[in-house]
Design a protein around this ligand. Structure first.
Ligand SMILES: [Zn+2]
Length: 320
């Protein structure tokens, strides 16, 4: 598995001295393991360092797929999912234990070692709100306990009379559509601080590195032209003489990646832009694909002709 960064202007991210942020990973048990969020963060920091050194005066945007390893939030980030309605002595979040390199510690079975921690504070009307009773709380037995969703909502000024903890078994599936006040979990889940939790990648970008992250919508690899770069390299790799040597395999992979012409990458990038533009005008997947193909070579979709509209109309009921 290869992880790397690419931009239409320059191709693969490379510093003049050849330094790069590429990751070569033999994925799987008994090999290099699996690419974790901590690996993604580490690679991102290396990429930002290269980019900032080379283009110190530009604003930098890094585009990531909507994949769980990219979206991972901090372990103690706000989440209403498992909260109890009433006070609880046991409500904590399981947090990865990290070693001195910031990587999760794993046990003999390869499982991540977890520690219990308090969930982070919420914010309401610009004020921090702890979800745990203070150590000097008047009811001695409740000191340090989790407050429960009902109490948290009441402190925010909501009336929770008659509200259940949650609707049905899963509050994502069983709450009535478009309701935000049906149950305590849904109410808290709908609060702005619960809705606006940043991913670890976004926090690192914003708080430490001073760059921006853009996430692509789910299941839209046509918007990410790196996918076409991988595809192009794979096709070239397959026609090379087969080898059983891991070393040769790696050499071949790197060779085909480095041999993708810049103009080819730029063609892929332009195609992704055409798709993005087509979606922004309201076309569905099949329509966008048809338009992107017809107007190949254009960065944006030009004004459509009546003939185009007929073709687009034919594709209006085709799924994504
Ligand atoms: Zn509900």
């Amino acid at each position: 598995m290869i992880g790397d960064f690419v931009a239409p202007e320059v191709g693969w991210l490379r510093a003049p001295d050849g330094e790069n942020a590429r990751v070569v990973f033999r994925a799987g048990k008994g090999r290099d393991g699996y690419m974790m969020n901590s690996d993604i963060l580490e690679q991102f920091e290396r990429a930002v360092a290269i980019v900032k050194k080379q283009w110190p005066d530009e604003d930098h945007y890094f585009v990531y797929d909507n994949a769980p390893t990219h979206l991972k939030r901090q372990d103690c980030a706000l989440s209403a999912s498992n909260m109890t309605k009433g006070p609880s002595a046991n409500f904590h979040v399981a947090v990865d234990v990290l070693n001195e390199h910031g990587r999760p510690v794993v046990d003999a079975d390869g499982k991540k070692v977890k520690a219990k921690e308090r969930m982070a504070n919420g914010t309401h009307n610009g004020q921090e709100q702890s979800f745990y009773f203070p150590d000097d709380y008047e009811v001695v037995e409740l000191r340090g306990w989790f407050k429960g969703t009902e109490r948290i909502l009441q402190e925010r000024g909501y009336n929770t009379a008659g509200k259940k903890s949650q609707c049905g078994k899963s509050f994502h599936n069983d709450c009535p559509k478009d309701r935000t006040d049906c149950c305590c979990r849904r109410m808290l889940y709908s609060e702005p601080d619960f809705q606006q939790v940043s991913s670890q990648l976004e926090l690192l970008a914003k708080l430490k590195l001073g760059v921006s992250i853009l996430y692509l919508p789910k299941f839209h690899c046509e918007l990410n032209f790196i996918e076409q770069c991988w595809g192009y390299a794979k096709a070239r790799y397959r026609v090379l003489p087969p080898t059983k040597s891991q070393e040769d395999m790696e050499k071949n992979v790197l060779k085909v990646l480095d041999e993708i012409p810049l103009e080819t990458m730029q063609r892929f990038a332009t195609r992704s832009l055409r798709f993005a533009h087509a979606y922004s005008t309201g076309l569905n997947g099949a329509q966008a694909a048809w338009v992107a193909k017809k107007y190949r070579g254009h960065r944006t979709i030009p004004d459509l002709t009546p003939f185009d509209l007929v073709e687009i109309n034919k594709r209006r009921d085709v799924g994504q």
